[in-house]
Design a protein around this ligand. Structure first.
Ligand SMILES: C[S@@+](CC[C@H](N)C(=O)[O-])C[C@H]1O[C@@H](n2cnc3c(N)ncnc32)[C@H](O)[C@@H]1O
Length: 405
């Protein structure tokens, strides 16, 4: 059986009965080579886990931070490109001098698990702490949570379709740890893939007249994933699939954040700028530092995603797409800075003076997930030069106090 078949088999056997993402349904097998959507996903993960571990590990006994990847895949693509496990093991090696990233990888597919456990064995030989667990994410969750007691935890939940239930996320993961404290050594963060294809296809069952035996179970699985059947009306009230994905993702994120009292980031992931959303990556964090660090990671990851859209450079080309890429990036940055300036000026009118750290949402309105701290600094410096603020823009961006002159 090929990896493609195995992935297909896994997806069909999934409890949801409805798991196949468009990555798998496409003609190219999922784990052969990486699509642009995965470039963004992996860049975000790669750029966030190290800052997370560095920050929260300060409060952890022996600097130990637990990382859980519940839908790990084979670890590497067939062409050798790192999948999420290989990326994280590489990150674990980079921080090994000052943090112990204790990694748990869960994978249900037989062939994927074989390759994953080989990768994990290599990592152990290098002195890293890593575990490959075979089976369903749900089956291993409570044991991993037990192992994570007393240490910060970062969980990456990246299924093809529906993943852990709403209750497993809010009660088992966040609820079990909330009793012991919210931040520091008990910090808990989750990055999850909320699959847009699953919303489109399962939502489509609501209006389909075709009666299939699996339909009631599939709809119930979506209820369990969303924490109730509220999503059904959202789907029916939406003008099209795009609106349905947006409303249901927002509804899910709002409900989870409310339940666990966290902040969140939602990043739409596409294979091409004009494609429909393949999935939304959602971060749940209870700490302001998490909100800022993730914003930086996403902004930098988006640059790499845009770079991945470039056509390959060929000998004898008259026009080099790389050159115009840098120009376009500079143009984008100017636009972001203009938006941030407007947001800051609005805040100056309403607040008189304010600390950047406490107003990320308002300052980044319209450019969240695109711009980063360096663009805030550039905006403040421009306003200073024009005499619109007494703040010079020098020093830590988050600690800048912006005041009118
Ligand atoms: C999207 S892929 C993971 C990709 C991987 N996180 C990466 O970024 O390289 C999802 C994986 O989850 C596995 N899977 C599906 N259902 C599962 C379950 N209930 N528990 C654990 N793994 C599951 C599939 O076999 C597949 O390898």
């Amino acid at each position: 059986m090929s990896e493609h078949d195995e992935v297909y088999e896994d997806a069909v056997l999934d409890l949801s009965g409805e798991s196949l993402g468009e990555e798998v349904a496409s003609s190219s097998p999922f784990f052969v080579s990486k699509k642009a959507a995965a470039v963004l996903k992996h860049e975000i993960l790669n750029r966030y886990v190290v800052p997370f571990a560095s920050k929260v590990g300060r409060y952890a006994p022996d600097g130990r931070v637990v990382y859980l990847d519940s839908y790990a895949g084979p670890g590497r693509y067939e062409d050798g490109t790192p999948g999420s496990p290989a990326l994280i093991l590489d990150a674990a090696a980079r921080v090994a001098g000052f943090r112990q990233l204790d990694c748990y990888f869960v994978e249900r597919g037989r062939k994927s698990y074989r390759s994953l456990s080989q990768l994990v064995d290599e990592a152990k030989d290098q002195g890293l702490t890593a575990h490959a667990l075979r089976g369903r994410a749900e089956k291993h969750l409570s044991a991993v949570l037990d192992r994570a007691a007393g240490s910060p935890l970062f969980a990456f939940l990246d299924p093809f379709g529906l993943g852990l239930s709403f209750d497993a996320l809010t009660q088992d993961i966040f609820g079990s740890r909330a009793r012991r404290g919210l931040t520091g050594r008990h910090a808990t963060e989750v990055l999850l893939n909320f699959n847009a294809n699953a919303v489109r296809r399962i939502g489509g069952l609501l209006t389909s007249t075709k009666q299939t035996p699996s339909k009631p179970a599939t709809l119930s699985a979506m209820d369990a994933a969303c924490g109730g059947d509220w999503w059904r009306q959202e789907f029916l009230d939406s003008a099209d699939n795009q609106e349905a994905v947006r409303r249901i993702t927002n509804g899910f994120v709002t409900r989870v954040s409310h339940e666990i009292r966290s902040g969140s980031w939602t990043i739409a992931v596409r294979n091409r700028a004009h494609h429909q959303v393949a999935y939304n990556l959602v971060l749940f964090t209870r700490h302001n530092d998490g909100m800022w660090l993730f914003g930086e990671a996403v902004s930098l990851a988006q640059v790499e995603w845009r770079r991945a859209q470039l056509p390959p450079e060929e000998d004898g080309m008259l026009w080099n797409p790389i050159d115009s890429f840098e120009e376009e990036e500079a143009f984008r940055a100017q636009e972001w800075i203009r938006t941030i300036r407007r947001n800051i000026e609005r805040l100056l009118v309403s607040k008189g003076n304010f600390l950047v750290d406490a107003h990320q949402r308002e300052i980044m309105a319209g450019v969240a997930g695109e711009a980063r701290e360096m663009h805030i600094r550039a905006a403040v410096k421009e306003l200073y030069k024009e005499g619109k603020t007494g703040c010079t823009g020098v020093g830590s961006v988050r600690q800048l106090r912006i005041s009118s002159v």
